[in-house]
Design a protein around this ligand. Structure first.
Ligand SMILES: *[C@@H]1O[C@H](CO)[C@@H](O)[C@H](O)[C@H]1NC(C)=O
Ligand SMILES: *[C@@H]1O[C@H](CO)[C@@H](O)[C@H](O)[C@H]1NC(C)=O
Ligand SMILES: *[C@@H]1O[C@H](CO)[C@@H](O)[C@H](O)[C@H]1NC(C)=O
Ligand SMILES: *[C@@H]1O[C@H](CO)[C@@H](O)[C@H](O)[C@H]1NC(C)=O
Ligand SMILES: *[C@@H]1O[C@H](CO)[C@@H](O)[C@H](O)[C@H]1NC(C)=O
Ligand SMILES: *[C@@H]1O[C@H](CO)[C@@H](O)[C@H](O)[C@H]1NC(C)=O
Ligand SMILES: *[C@@H]1O[C@H](CO)[C@@H](O)[C@H](O)[C@H]1NC(C)=O
Ligand SMILES: *[C@@H]1O[C@H](CO)[C@@H](O)[C@H](O)[C@H]1NC(C)=O
Ligand SMILES: *[C@@H]1O[C@H](CO)[C@@H](O)[C@H](O)[C@H]1NC(C)=O
Length: 398
């Protein structure tokens, strides 16, 4: 998932690699204690909820979020994407001579343990403006373990890490130093947090609600309207990694319309490490067909679609994804028209990319384009995901 969408696609590979150990990622995470919000959704916990302030990235589009964690003893601060689409921690290390990111200095940590296994971690990355789907996103990683923590907060010893020891140049522009998986199987740091009765829940909210934040172990009810609606994760499927947060969706509508193909069941993954939206080519093109025949594949960037920038602003493109709540009633999650235009392609700035990227091998992935509009509750203990409309910053100001 690094770049844009990649993470979920890489999971199969991660699991193959996992013989050597779990992954680790360093990122800078500011943490501060916060008062317990009064909420019936809170689980009993031994520690106070922890806030992790997040910066946003993705070429300024508020579609990816990252924050700080600490690695090693004494703690070194590194920044990571908090990725609900993967389970592992990967961080840039001093073993990577050509990585421009901040690096974890393994020899400066008294608690560092070498895992002695090296492998390649490939990302199928798609979409977003500029990062494209190709074969050129791969990390060479080395297994290790060390103490991982949250700044000013929790830390846990002997957490498995994938040290990045080389990377393809496509990763060089990333402003973060790694990826902290927040997958539903709760490995590594998050397993340690749960064992301390801390998380149970985690929340990522978009900049539009007053800067993104990850909250571990609590819910900030000032950031959303109404009561969250929860959907249950389906029983683990053999063909999918058990770490993904996914819900069955009985259908998709575009501007209030659907088709026989779109009105069928598919499993949709909620991935904070994916910037936009990913569907297989057939679903992607069925959705675009209901928006405009002018949206076409952009050959220079396989999997990406786009149209002339000067006409995109006039297209309505409200996408409703239907899900089933815990009591069996249907609810929609909606991506508004404003997300259709991802921005101009670098290779033709008169041509703008549209939000869905085609990629085979997944039934559907909703990333930043959707998640920024909802306060999203990843409830590990109850195996469910909750959504409530995020309060807009402007509404708070008013
Ligand atoms: C992460 O830590 C760095 C200092 O290492 C700080 O400059 C940055 O603002 C922090 N990021 C966040 C999101 O708190
Ligand atoms: C890494 O840590 C070692 C031991 O503290 C130190 O000698 C070395 O200079 C550090 N490397 C960098 C790049 O800071
Ligand atoms: C890695 O190799 C070193 C040196 O052989 C050994 O001391 C250490 O126990 C190994 N680490 C693991 C996790 O097996
Ligand atoms: C590191 O990755 C770069 C870019 O893919 C490659 O050119 C280089 O050969 C790699 N270095 C090593 C030591 O594998
Ligand atoms: C089912 O849940 C939804 C969403 O939480 C709620 O709006 C609705 O009133 C519930 N319906 C019943 C019959 O409990
Ligand atoms: C979901 O959206 C579709 C299309 O706008 C609409 O027909 C349907 O009634 C909505 N479902 C719910 C539960 O709101
Ligand atoms: C979608 O399919 C369901 C059956 O799964 C059906 O009840 C519903 O009428 C269909 N909706 C549309 C708009 O075709
Ligand atoms: C760039 O995009 C514009 C708008 O879609 C299009 O008219 C033009 O032909 C494109 N230029 C090239 C070189 O493809
Ligand atoms: C859509 O494409 C996927 C492959 O990405 C395939 O598995 C699926 O059967 C296709 N659906 C239809 C209705 O053709």
């Amino acid at each position: 998932m690094l770049k844009n969408f990649a993470i979920l696609v890489t999971l199969g590979f991660c699991y193959a690699l996992a013989e050597g150990g779990p992954p680790a990622i360093p990122h800078r995470i500011h943490i501060q204690a916060r008062a317990h919000p009064k909420s019936s959704f809170l689980r009993r916990r031994a520690l106070s909820p922890i806030d992790v302030p997040l910066s946003d990235f993705f070429l300024g589009t508020d579609l990816q979020w990252f924050g700080n964690i600490t690695v090693g003893t004494p703690p070194q601060i590194l920044s990571v994407i908090f990725d609900t689409g993967s389970p592992f921690l990967e961080i840039t290390s001093d073993l990577c001579t050509r990585c421009p990111q901040k690096k974890f200095n393994t020899s400066a940590s008294s608690t560092f343990v070498d895992g002695n296994t090296t492998g390649i971690f490939s990302f199928a990355t798609g979409g977003g403006v500029d990062p494209v789907i190709d074969n050129d996103y791969s990390l060479t990683v080395h297994t290790a373990a060390d103490t991982i923590g949250l700044v000013n907060g929790f830390s846990a010893p002997d957490i498995e890490i994938l040290l990045i020891i080389n990377q393809t140049t496509k990763f060089d522009i990333d402003p973060y130093d790694g990826i902290q998986g927040l997958g539903a199987s709760a490995q590594g740091l998050f397993a340690a947090l749960i064992s301390q009765s801390l998380p149970g829940n985690m929340y990522l909210t978009p900049k539009a609600v007053g800067n993104a934040e990850l909250i571990l172990g609590g819910i900030d009810s000032t950031k959303f309207t109404g009561e969250p609606i929860f959907g249950d994760l389906p029983p683990a499927e053999t063909e999918l990694p058990p770490s993904v947060w996914l819900l069955n969706s009985p259908g998709i509508s575009v501007n209030g319309h659907t088709t026989g193909f779109l009105n069928t069941s598919r499993q949709i993954i909620f991935d904070s490490g994916t910037s936009n939206v990913v569907f297989p080519t057939n679903t992607t093109e069925a959705i675009y067909a209901l928006i405009s025949p002018d949206i076409k594949p952009f050959p220079a960037e396989p999997g990406a679609y786009g149209m002339a920038c000067d006409r995109i602003a006039y297209l309505p493109a409200t996408l409703d994804f239907t899900f089933t709540s815990q009591n069996g009633t249907a609810f929609n999650l909606t991506i508004p028209t404003v997300e259709l235009n991802v921005g101009p392609f670098a290779s033709n700035t008169s041509h703008c990319q549209t939000l869905i990227n085609a990629l085979e091998g997944v039934e559907g992935v909703l990333g930043g384009s959707l998640l920024k509009h909802y306060y999203t509750i990843y409830d590990i203990g109850a195996k469910r995901i909750g959504f409530a409309p995020a309060k807009l910053l402007s509404a708070q100001v008013l």
